[in-house]
Design a protein around this ligand. Structure first.
Ligand code: PLP
Length: 371
C-alpha cells in the first residue's frame, strides 16, 4: 500500500505548492502516479480498439501514450495539448476552422509549408490570405481589420524576425481575430504564447521537442475548453492522428529539452559572435535566444551550396532542432519566400562541443576563398 502522506496526489500538490520551474515540469509532467510498481514512464500502448463501454472506444479517438505526451506539452505551454501526425497536419486542422472565404493574416516569412497551405487554400477559393511583415505591428493591425485569423510565428523561419507577441496578440484581439502562434522555434521553454493571450499554439514537435531527428509529429495547445473540443472533434473526424511510437519517442525526447536547449543555445551564441567576425560571412541573423542561426556567405549562393557540402561534422540536411548540427541554403527550396536572401544558410546548432563545431565551420568557410 502506498502511504498517502508520503505520496501526495499530484492534483493537490499542483494546487497548493508554488509553481514548479519549467525545467522541472519538462521532466515530471505526464508521468504515471508515484505508486508501487507503476512504471516511471508511460508505456507504449499500440491499440486500434478498446473494450466497449469506456471513454475512448477506438484508436482514432485516443491513446494513453498520446495522452502522456499531451499532458506534458500542455503543462509546459500552460494549456491543453492535442498531438497530430505532423506539424503541417496541426496547421491544416487550425486553417480548417476558418470560415469559407474568410481572411487569414500571416507572416510573409512564415514556415514555407504554412505559406504553401495558405496559397493552396486561397487558389481554391477557400480563404483569402494576406501576408505581412511581422516586424511592422501597424501593418498587422491594419490587415486584421477585416480578418478572421491572425497567424504568427516568432522567431520566423528562416528570417528569424521576432514579434512583440503581447502587443500584436492584443492588437489582433482588438480587431476581433483569433490569434495563432507557431511556437516551434522558441519552444515553451523560451516563450509561452498562451500566457500573453494567444488562442492557439502550434508545434512541429518534429523539431526541438522530439529533438533527435527521428520523429514527425505535430501538436496544438489551447486554454479554452470549447476550442479544445472543437479541435479534438476535427482530429477525430479527419484522422490526422499521431503514431503511438512517435508520441512515445517525442515524450522521451522532451524530457531533455531544457538541457539540450541550454547547451545548443550557448553553442549558438558563441558561433554567432565568431560568424559576425568572419571575412567570408556577411549578414548574421540571430534573435538572441534559441539554437537557430541564419547567415549569408559573402561569395553568394554557389559558395553557400559548396559550404554545405564541405563540412564533416555539420550535416547538410533540412529540418532543425536535433541534437546534431545541421544546415542548408534555404532558397534551394522553390517554396521558400523570394524575400529570403538567395545565399542565406539556416543553421540548426546542436549540442556537440562548440570548438569542434567552429573548427569544422571555419575550415569550410575559409575554403570558399580558394574555391
Ligand atoms: C517544420 C515546421 C513545421 C511543419 O512541421 P512538420 O512536422 O514538418 O509537418 C511548421 N512550422 C515550423 C516553424 C516548422 O519549422
Amino acid at each position: 500500500m502506498s502511504d498517502p502522506a508520503a505520496q501526495p496526489d499530484p492534483a493537490s500538490r499542483a494546487s497548493h505548492a508554488p509553481a514548479l520551474s519549467p525545467r522541472t515540469v519538462v521532466v515530471t509532467a505526464g508521468r504515471p502516479p508515484h505508486e508501487p510498481d507503476q512504471p516511471l514512464n508511460t508505456p507504449l500502448t499500440p491499440a486500434s480498439t478498446y473494450v466497449a463501454g469506456g471513454d475512448v472506444e477506438y484508436g482514432r479517438y485516443g491513446n494513453p501514450t498520446w495522452s502522456a505526451f499531451e499532458t506534458a506539452l500542455g503543462e509546459l505551454e500552460g494549456g491543453r495539448a492535442l498531438a497530430f501526425s505532423s506539424g503541417l497536419a496541426a496547421v491544416s486542422t487550425v486553417l480548417g476552422l476558418v470560415g469559407h472565404g474568410a481572411k487569414v493574416v500571416a507572416p510573409r516569412h512564415a514556415y514555407s509549408g504554412t505559406i504553401m497551405q495558405l496559397a493552396d487554400l486561397e487558389s481554391r477559393g477557400r480563404i483569402a490570405a494576406t501576408l505581412v511583415d511581422v516586424t511592422d505591428p501597424a501593418a498587422i493591425a491594419e490587415a486584421c481589420q477585416d480578418a478572421a485569423l491572425l497567424w504568427l510565428e516568432s522567431p520566423t523561419n528562416p528570417a528569424l524576425e521576432v514579434v512583440d507577441l503581447a502587443a500584436v496578440v492584443a492588437a489582433g484581439h482588438a480587431a476581433g481575430v483569433h490569434v495563432v502562434v507557431d511556437n516551434t522555434f522558441a519552444t515553451p521553454l523560451r516563450q509561452q504564447p498562451l500566457s500573453v493571450g494567444a488562442d492557439i499554439v502550434v508545434h512541429s514537435a518534429t523539431k526541438f521537442i522530439a529533438g533527435h531527428s527521428d520523429v514527425l509529429l505535430g501538436a496544438l495547445v489551447v486554454s479554452d475548453p470549447q476550442l479544445l473540443d472543437e479541435l479534438k472533434k476535427r482530429r477525430d473526424l479527419e484522422g490526422a492522428v499521431p503514431g503511438t511510437f512517435e508520441t512515445w519517442l517525442a515524450l522521451r525526447g522532451l524530457r531533455t529539452l531544457a538541457v539540450r536547449l541550454d547547451r545548443a543555445e550557448a553553442n549558438a551564441q558563441v558561433l554567432v559572435e565568431r560568424l559576425r567576425e568572419h571575412a567570408e560571412v556577411g549578414e548574421v541573423r540571430y534573435p538572441g535566444f534559441g539554437a537557430i542561426v541564419s547567415f549569408v556567405p559573402t561569395r553568394g549562393p554557389l559558395a553557400a551550396d559548396l559550404l554545405c557540402r564541405s563540412t564533416t561534422l555539420w550535416v547538410h540536411a533540412t529540418s532543425l532542432g536535433g541534437v546534431e548540427s545541421t544546415f542548408e541554403r534555404r532558397r534551394r527550396w522553390k517554396s521558400e519566400a523570394a524575400t529570403i536572401p538567395e545565399a542565406l544558410v539556416r543553421a540548426s546548432v546542436g549540442i556537440e562541443d562548440v570548438e569542434d563545431l567552429w573548427a569544422d565551420l571555419d575550415t569550410a568557410l575559409n575554403g570558399l576563398a580558394s574555391a
